[in-house]
Design a protein around this ligand. Structure first.
Ligand code: ARG
Length: 443
């Protein structure tokens, strides 16, 4: 195992003013965080070497030496054959230090016309591009699990709620689509905006003003799969809009999952859904408990996503144009948000496979909650009554029935005929039919 290095950082000159205080270096290095960028950093460097080669700044042989070494490094580190020097300021310096040990003098040409400012901006964009793909895949997994849930339970009539009071019968599929599917679909669509913001490569922007060397940024951009090089070098090294938009999407996914979670927590508390043992929590004291721990944890994650979004926004707040070292902290926040989101999506898909509606309990709740009241009112409207009159009639009926210890569902057909309804209208006042009729209007 090689741990390369001379002990002296290569990003310092006589003008920098001597060696860094070791404690400051330990505190300020981004290596513990940005070593995750090793693979994209090497990819970015390979593209840069291609640009140098095309510009005649390195020979084809030199390019091959550099590219071979750079391409081999992530695998070597993963296999434990190489460990990067710990006493470097960041992954970029650690790679260059390793390279100079590995290939000798030619390594001194790698950083030609480049700065860590455009390098790290490029790395983060490459990392976020992979992250977008993974988040999309995670959303797709949840959507597939939701589809399977709907195939099994989509026709079960469940109570819908306003203000946590039973409102109107809803089919299981209408509930689940409203609670999570529709929102996640929009989140997925919004990721296209992140892709859009990831379409230009920062490489070639240098530290802030590009380079006088004839490096063609369209070559390096194309080698990395970007549509074009930097439009403006000052913007390219300082902007992280793609990461902000990505974290906004992560925060919104968090909210959508939290919304489903609250529904499941409340439905399970009322016995309207049953949680599988695979995802339920127990109590260390109360032997009868089957708790919705998974959904409480998922709901709690939304708070973390909002914190990360605000942390990233605040990191940029007050910065002028161009690069500042504050930006180093963006990666920790972005990694945590994306990791958390991928975990949440995976657990949401698992959760969806482990709870089901309890049909009898749903029907009882619909009856007990007089969920058919609005249907009855609308049946009277269809029979010719003005809405406000019918609304008053049904309201009085609800009170009468309850005072008699009954519910609207206990009204006999003579009573309904007396209200002016015919047999066909009375037949529609059935909970499942009500839920289906309503659902059909949104199909
Ligand atoms: N570790 C730094 C970061 O993550 C790399 C860029 C350093 N640039 C500089 N001018 N010091 O942002």
């Amino acid at each position: 195992m090689s741990t390369s290095g001379t002990g002296k950082s290569i990003a310092r000159t006589a003008a920098t003013g001597g060696d860094l205080d070791p404690d400051f270096l330990r505190w300020s290095t981004s290596l513990p965080v940005d070593r995750r960028l090793l693979e994209v950093d090497c990819r970015g460097s390979v593209a840069h070497v291609r640009g140098l080669e095309a510009a005649g700044l390195v020979s084809p042989e030199e390019a091959r030496t550099l590219v071979d070494a750079l391409e081999s490094l992530p695998g070597k580190v993963a296999r434990g054959e190489v460990s990067l020097r710990e006493d470097e300021e960041d992954v970029h310096m650690a790679v260059e230090a390793w390279l100079s040990e590995e290939v000798g003098a030619v390594a001194a040409k790698l950083h030609t016309g480049r700065s860590r400012n455009d390098q790290v901006a490029t790395d983060l964009k490459l990392w976020c591009r992979d992250a977008v793909e993974q988040v999309e895949a995670g959303i797709d997994e949840v959507l597939a699990a939701a589809k399977a849930w709907i195939a099994h339970h989509g026709e079960v009539p469940m109570p819908s709620y306003t203000h946590r009071q039973v409102a109107i019968p809803a089919l299981g599929r209408v509930w689940l689509e409203g609670a999570i599917v529709a929102g996640l679909r929009r989140d997925r669509t919004l990721l296209a905006a992140v892709r859009q913001e990831l379409s230009s490569s920062p490489l070639g922007a240098g530290a802030i003003g590009g380079t006088t060397l004839p490096i063609d940024t369209s070559i390096t951009a194309a080698a990395l799969g970007f549509g074009r090089g930097p439009d403006n070098p000052i913007d390219a090294v300082g902007e992280r809009d793609h990461a902000l938009t990505l974290l906004f999407v992560c925060a919104r996914i968090g909210l959508h999952v939290a919304r489903l979670s609250t529904d499941v927590i409340e439905l399970s508390s009322d016995g309207l859904v049953r949680l599988g043992g695979a995802i339920a929590g127990g109590s260390s004291m109360m032997p009868h408990k089957r708790n919705p721990d998974m959904f409480e944890l998922l709901r709690g994650q939304a708070a973390l996503r909002q914190g990360e979004l605000v942390a990233l926004l605040s990191t940029f707040h007050g910065l002028g144009s161009g690069y500042f070292r504050d930006l180093q902290q963006d990666k920790e926040i972005v990694f945590r948000a994306v990791d958390g989101t991928l975990d949440v999506l995976r657990m949401t898909a698992l959760g969806l496979r482990h709870f089901e509606p309890v049909e009898d309990a749903c029907l009882s709740a619909l009856i007990k909650g007089d969920a058919i009241a609005t249907d009855l009112c609308e049946a009277l409207v269809a029979a010719g009554q003005p809405f406000r009159e019918a609304y008053g009639v049904v309201g009085r009926l609800v009170v009468q029935q309850r005072e008699a210890g009954r519910r609207l569902a206990d009204l006999g057909s003579e009573e309904l005929v007396a209200l002016g309804l015919d047999d066909a209208a009375i037949a529609e006042l059935e909970l499942r039919r009500s839920a289906r009729r309503r659902a059909a209007r949104f199909a």
